[in-house]
Design a protein around this ligand. Structure first.
Ligand code: SAJ
Length: 407
């Protein structure tokens, strides 16, 4: 039986996947409300295919609890925030979860850490806890790192089809855990050591951050000299070995905008491109603000109250707002005392999280003259004609109207 610890964006779908593939699973989370919701038969966030998977898993017997279970296999999928000042990982949730597991686990158990961690975290934080509890790693307790790779919006599909990495101290344990994941994972599963698995995961997200930063830097260069960045990228991408990503209003989410900082924090002086990319991407909300200011001036819009931000989430068609460019931008605006004037709307955010938030597209559009498309939710892509009388700042190159501006 597997005890999956942490039932968030990664832990929940993973637990459901195992349960739907014939494995006995108990999902544990310290959040009572979350466990109550799951036990009441409801999922806790929106995600394509999640509800169906949930019903399958419940039918197959998955249960949810606030308690840790005594069993031979644990999968820890708790959040790993980073310290905003030191840029280093804050392993407090992983530490707390492993401590709780140590209180109930029998000898012979395997502890798999799925949470994204910076290279060295297992050596520095996890091994000492196990040893302090009187266990010998490799004899009494087996330790494994199995980072996930799934993308919000396509999690269920990717859980099944992506290849993945298993890092273990011994080949044998690595192969055992590989077999377990192979119950649902059809992609290639590569077994390696723990340090390599930790580093690989962070490197993957850093690769993407750097590539997005390149596209964003091009957008700024082209804007400064009146060139069309989208046309340039489109043409350049016809080269067989060039694949430039898309500029946007910033990089949000809990992965790409966070993981590169682990490398910057741990290797100051060595992580140079990585740091530059982070700065470029983090500077994009400010760049959008400047664009808004210039477009307002050009169109004689003097009232910030007539400006509307479309989208609060960090990307399209998800309800996740973590590190979102819109929230970053509102924070920047706060410094200029204008945050409370601008209007905001997101079809995926049902409760009020910011000032002047709307819950109806029509009403939102009625109250603004300039709309800034921060997130390319399907809703706006399907309703472009509703923007024909508006001034539009399109941060994603999806709208082609007479009065639309690009980044
Ligand atoms: N973005 C751009 N331009 C692009 C692509 C993305 O500005 O061309 C922005 C998005 O709008 C968003 C951010 O970047 O704000 C990140 O979005 P994303 O869809 O690229 O990635 P995430 O953060 O949702 O998920 C990533 C994935 N990692 C990689 O693609 C390397 C996913 O596979 C990981 O599992 C996940 O991070 C994670 O948990 O680490």
């Amino acid at each position: 039986m597997i005890n999956v610890v942490g039932l968030g964006y990664i832990g929940l779908p993973t637990a459901l996947m195992f349960a739907s593939h014939g494995i006995e699973v108990v999902g544990t989370d310290y959040n009572k409300e979350l466990v109550d919701t799951l036990n009441a038969g409801k999922t806790t966030f929106e995600e394509e295919g999640l509800e169906e998977l949930f019903f399958h898993a419940v039918k197959a017997g998955i249960t949810f609890s606030n308690e840790y279970i005594s069993t031979d296999m644990y999968i820890v999928a708790v959040p790993t925030p980073y310290n905003k000042f030191s840029k280093k990982i804050d392993a407090c949730y992983v530490v707390a979860a492993v401590k709780s597991v140590m209180e109930v686990c029998p000898k012979g158990a395997t502890v798999v850490i799925e949470s994204t961690i910076s290279p060295g975290t297992i050596d520095k934080f996890v091994r000492p806890i196990i040893e302090e509890n009187g266990f010998i790693i490799g004899e009494d307790i087996n330790l494994v790192h199995a980072p996930e790779r799934i993308i919000p919006g396509n999690m269920v599909y990717e859980l099944k089809h992506n290849s993945r990495t298993i890092g273990a101290d011994s080949r044998e344990i690595g192969e055992t855990v590989k077999k377990l994941y192979a119950s649902f994972c059809e992609g290639e599963i590569i077994v390696t050591d723990i340090r390599t698995a930790e580093m690989t995961k962070v490197v993957e997200n850093t690769f993407r951050d750097i590539n997005i930063a390149f596209a964003n830097e091009l957008a700024k260069i082209c804007r400064s000299d009146n060139m069309d960045v989208y046309e340039i990228i489109r043409i350049a991408n016809h080269h067989p070995r060039v694949n430039i990503l898309s500029p946007g209003p910033g990089v949000g989410g809990h992965c790409i905008s966070v993981d590169p900082w682990f490398l910057v924090g741990d290797y100051p002086g060595l992580a140079n491109i990585i740091l530059a990319a982070r700065k470029i991407n983090d500077g994009m909300p400010e760049f959008v603000l400047e664009r808004i200011y210039n477009i307002m001036k050009e169109n004689n819009v003097t009232d910030v109250g007539r400006v509307g931000l479309y989208g609060l989430t960090y990307k399209e068609d998800v309800d996740d707002m973590r590190e979102s460019p819109t929230l970053q931008m509102l924070e920047n605006m706060e410094k200029h005392l204008s945050q409370n004037l601008v209007k905001v709307y997101d079809p995926f955010i049902k409760n009020d999280v910011v000032a002047n938030q709307y819950h109806d597209l029509e009403k939102f559009l009625n109250d603004i003259d300039l709309i800034v498309v921060m997130v390319k939710h399907s809703e706006i892509r399907e309703n472009v004609e509703k923007l024909k009388d508006k001034i539009v700042l399109d941060c994603h190159n999806i709208i082609d109207l007479p009065k639309s501006y690009k980044l």
